[in-house]
Design a protein around this ligand. Sequence first.
Ligand SMILES: [Zn+2]
Length: 407
Amino acid sequence: MSWVSNKEFTNVDEFVQWLDESFGDYISKHINDNHVHHTWRPNHDSNKKTSTLQLHKNMRNYHVNTNGWDDVAQHITIGYDGVVILGRDIRKIPVSAKNYNGTTNLHPFAYEMIGDFDKGNDKLEGKQLDAAIKISRYFYKKGKGIVFHRECLINGKQPKTCPGTGIEKSWFMSLVKDSKFDVIKVAVPIKEEVGSVIIETPSKPVASSSKPITQPTPTPTKTLGLVDWMKSKGMDSGYNNRAKLAKEYGIANYSGTASQNEKLLDLLQAGKKPVTSTTKKETTSNSNPKNLGLVDWMNANKMDSSYANREKLAKQYGISGYKGTADQNIKLLEKLTSGAKVSTKTTSSPTIKVGAKVTLKSSATKYATGESIPKSIKGKKYTIQQVGSGKVLLKEIYSWVKTSDLS
Ligand SMILES: [Zn+2]
């Protein structure tokens, strides 16, 4: 069975049963620990106003569009109401705790409980407590470690209070060990949710296994997020196209925030014409006969269209401060299609791609996350595990560093 991002389980027993049936073997072999987190923000107050699904989607949006990660950090989110939402594919390394994220072959399963469980704030209780304990108990019974984020020390220090100073580990573990938190078997067929983001499984093509997803939704519903809605209409839902549309519809400085996405979705669903006519030039150059956008054109020409590569090319072509705006992309596309020469010689900048070896410059001071880089890890060679915007994840130290700090 496939891991379906944004899939919602309103019943934790059903979730654990599904998890075991679909990924029980995988968990036995490839999961070492269960990492426990609280979100801090959003907290219970936010969750009382906004559904767990929507809050999860907002987090995913932030992690993907602002942090530049390939997906939401956590494997699941547990709401105030005990609702469980699927996040990052369980077969992928989470962005859970620095230096403790493991490898593809052996990594933790990370969950986020929506709430601020530092003393004096939200209380972990009711349906949320029941869900969290039942899930951790499942991993505990499979022999996995139950690890609080705050136990993942960095240089001997707690990185955070996560999952909150109000949660005692001994209390939490006494519940995890209590058989009253065993799941109750439910005989409910599991439906695939229309409009969800499908994570492809290597073994089974999703198209054949999850028919309902490809059926168009009869009417646009407000419950679909912008990206899902665009996909359901066969539109390019990539960041660049959303940024372009946002501009055309008069949404200034689009950065993919939840409110901008909602606004754009409203405008698109209302079928309104853009406020400004598209400023795109009619390119008659033979090299771009279909008038493709930058990413599409690069893809059609078998180029690496990743943000990192576009940023690199932009720099080479003299477009400074590349942020992937529509204007910059049009400019870069013009340069590329006109066969312009690069304005500066390619410096000895390192190859930024997954698997490439790079050296972290001795002059580097801070991680992309803002924390100071200890001297001991500078000036050494590392392997790129993941490429973000202007930053990369280094495998050996499992930390994001700025691309400019590499040589
Ligand atoms: Zn945490």
